[in-house]
Structures are given as C-alpha cells and as structure tokens.
Write a protein of this length. Structure first.
Length: 200
C-alpha cells in the first residue's frame, strides 16, 4: 500500500470517528441526558476537508443550568466569526421567562420577557430594545381546553395593532386563523386541512 493510500485511509478513519463523536455529542445534548450526567457546557466543532486541507471551526457553544436548560448559547458563522449570543432564564416549570440577545462586544441588543398562566401557557411576550423601550408586545388567550384562541399585537400604550383569532375542530385540531388590523378589519384567513390515512 502506498503512502498516499495510507494517508487517505487515515483521513477517512478520522472522519468516521469524528462523525461518531459528533453523533454522540448531539445525542448527549438532550435535556434529560444533560441533567443526568450533570453536563455544564458543550461545544460543537466541525472539521471539514477543503482543497485537501483539514479545517476545523466551532459552530455552537452552550452553557446549562442544573436542570439541563440552556442558559447561554453562542453561534458562529462558517468563517468562524461571531453570529449571535443569547442568554435565558427559566421558571420552576422550565418555561423561558427572559431571553436576552447580545452583540459581539457583549452589549445587550434586546430583552424579551415572558409570562405564563397557571397552566404554563404563555400569556404575554414583551421585547425591549437596548434603551429599554418596548418595541413588541404580544398577548395570548386560551379557552378551557388550553387551546390558544386569540393573539394580540399591541403598541407600547396597549393599543391593538393586529388581532388573530383561532378556531378548532371537535378533535382539538386547529381549523382556522382569522387576522384583523387595528380597525377590526379582516385582513387574512388561514385554513388548516388534515388528511387521515386511517381506513376506519
């Protein structure tokens, strides 16, 4: 066997082992496994062979709390440069209560606050810019079956800018979404159709 053939086989073996490692890391990143093995952080690194050269770069790094929730994540572009960074806070039920987006320098770009009802359904979502100004405000409403029946987009004074209403089939499947503007004028209708493969 020539040296070139041996080198080629070695590279393929390394590549195969890397795929196995990447797969094991991906599987280990489930919330359940992270909590079970007390993993505090992970880093995803991709190795590629470009023009005969081995090139490695970090794609994603994450930090977890004791419950396996992602409390900080940083993503990178294909050239290795910074893409985005986010941090999150959670309530006792594991729902996100705060999400902050950062610039490459670590300064806050925006902050989103979430609130929930007793059934852990999200009822409000408020996003603030770097100066603390409210730039997006959404309210959600639910029926007795915990199905979302309305979604309101509000301005900073609480005035409705857009309203979406949802209806459901007797089986609980979403049937229709009607959207209105701030003047209560209907601007769109979305219908949901379902096909069953059951022969019953």
């Amino acid at each position: 066997m020539t040296f070139k053939m041996q080198l080629c086989l070695t590279k393929w073996k390394c590549f195969f082992l890397f795929l196995l490692l990447l797969n094991s890391i991906s599987n280990a990143q489930s919330k359940k496994e992270i909590k079970k093995y007390k993993i505090s952080s992970t880093t995803e690194t991709l190795t590629e062979w470009v023009a005969g050269k081995e090139v490695s770069r970090t794609e994603l790094s994450e930090i977890y709390d004791n419950n396996g929730n992602v409390i900080e994540s940083t993503e990178y572009n294909k050239d290795g440069s910074f893409k985005k960074k986010e941090s999150r806070k959670y309530n006792k039920s594991g729902e996100i209560t705060e999400e902050v987006k950062y610039s490459e320098r670590g300064t806050i770009i925006s902050k989103t606050i979430y609130s929930y009802n007793a059934n852990n359904d999200k009822v409000t979502e408020q996003t603030f810019d770097v100066n603390g100004k409210l730039v997006e405000w959404i309210k959600y409403g639910y029926d007795s079956l915990n199905q979302k029946i309305f979604e309101l987009q509000l301005d900073e004074q609480g005035k409705v800018l857009k309203k979406s209403m949802y209806t459901y089939t007797k089986n609980g499947l979403r049937k229709e979404k009607k959207t209105y503007n701030g003047k209560e004028e209907l601007i769109s209708v979305k219908k949901y159709m379902y096909n069953s493969s059951s022969e019953d």
